[in-house]
Design a protein around this ligand. Structure first.
Ligand SMILES: [Zn+2]
Length: 303
């Protein structure tokens, strides 16, 4: 039985089961998650939906990670106000890579506005298995799954030396790029598209289906070919440059990121602690507050 009570030191190295989380039904405005269902949706379907939501938000409840067994190492990087917990499922990180993560997190703490610091996912998971980038068909370096509260880094982030942004290591660049995906909200993306001339193109796809994609009308100012895929990638790679090598890209992009996301830089100290084997502690969640909102005409729940 996984234990998630008591002090962290007494935690076992097995993963918490989703059934150990106390589900509490609360009013809508106090809920962590609002389930919107039809008038006659049965309780079993509501429960299934809540469990799926839990798996989306809390990586350690997800089979993909549980089946890997405990991580090989746990690295905690903490400033006075924030903490990043890195769980590494691959080979133990070299001192250089560990330093790069510490540098990247320290840089974020010292340069982002308070609002944006709150958007940095608290976990970074280093995956021992590769995945494919659906945008390019190549191996992924990193990913920031919506709602997961974790940046996922893949073996490619470690095997390649250079990031697309000149003078930045691929490991550090990938981490910062993925963090930037978590900082982007819809308003920011909309303003970016307008300012940097991204337009929607409509085309008929091979199967006759309508196919929509973004094109940039000033391609010479986009940082690189990957950033040319769409506005989100443009923003994320521009952020890597703004943080690590501002001279490498279009100055207007750096200026835009500074204006919205950065504050006057200050020196922040981050402490680092590395744990292996029996020192490793896995996260857990005690309870989850949800609300059910029923209305007629809500889309049927698909199993
Ligand atoms: Zn990206």
């Amino acid at each position: 039985m996984p234990s998630h009570e008591g002090s962290p030191a007494s935690k076992e190295k097995s993963y918490q089961s989703i059934d150990d989380i106390r589900l509490q039904e609360v009013e809508e405005d106090a809920a962590e998650y609002v389930v919107r269902v039809g008038l006659d949706t049965p309780p079993s379907e509501i429960e299934t939906r809540i469990k799926r939501e839990l798996e989306k938000r809390f990586w350690w409840l997800n089979k993909e990670w549980q089946e890997k067994g405990p991580p090989k190492e746990q690295i905690e990087i903490a400033s006075r106000d924030a903490k990043l917990v890195v769980y590494n499922f691959g080979d133990v990180l070299s001192p250089e890579r560990t330093q790069e993560l510490q540098d990247a997190f320290t840089l974020l703490q010292g340069s982002l506005t308070e609002n944006k610091i709150a958007d940095i996912p608290p976990y970074c998971l280093i995956n021992n298995e590769s995945a494919t980038n659906t945008k390019t068909g190549e191996d992924l370096s990193g990913n920031s799954p919506p709602k997961l509260n974790a940046i996922v880094l893949y073996p490619r982030s470690l095997s390649q030396k250079e990031h697309r942004i000149l003078g930045v290591s691929n490991f550090e660049g990938t981490y910062l790029h993925e963090v930037a995906h978590c900082l982007q909200d819809q308003d920011f993306q909309k303003e970016w598209r307008e300012k940097f001339e991204w337009k929607i193109n409509n085309e008929e796809g091979a199967s006759g289906q309508p196919h929509q994609f973004y094109v940039n009308t000033r391609p010479e100012l986009v940082p690189n070919s990957y950033a040319s895929l769409d506005p989100q990638e443009d923003i994320s790679d521009s952020f890597v440059a703004a943080m690590k090598n501002p001279g490498a890209i279009d100055p207007a992009r750096v200026e835009f990121i500074k204006r919205y996301w950065l504050r006057e830089g200050e020196k922040v100290d981050c402490a680092i602690e590395r744990k292996t084997d029996s020192e490793i502690t896995l996260p857990s969640k005690e309870s989850f507050a949800y609300a059910v909102v029923r209305r007629s005409g809500a889309p049927a729940f698909k199993i």
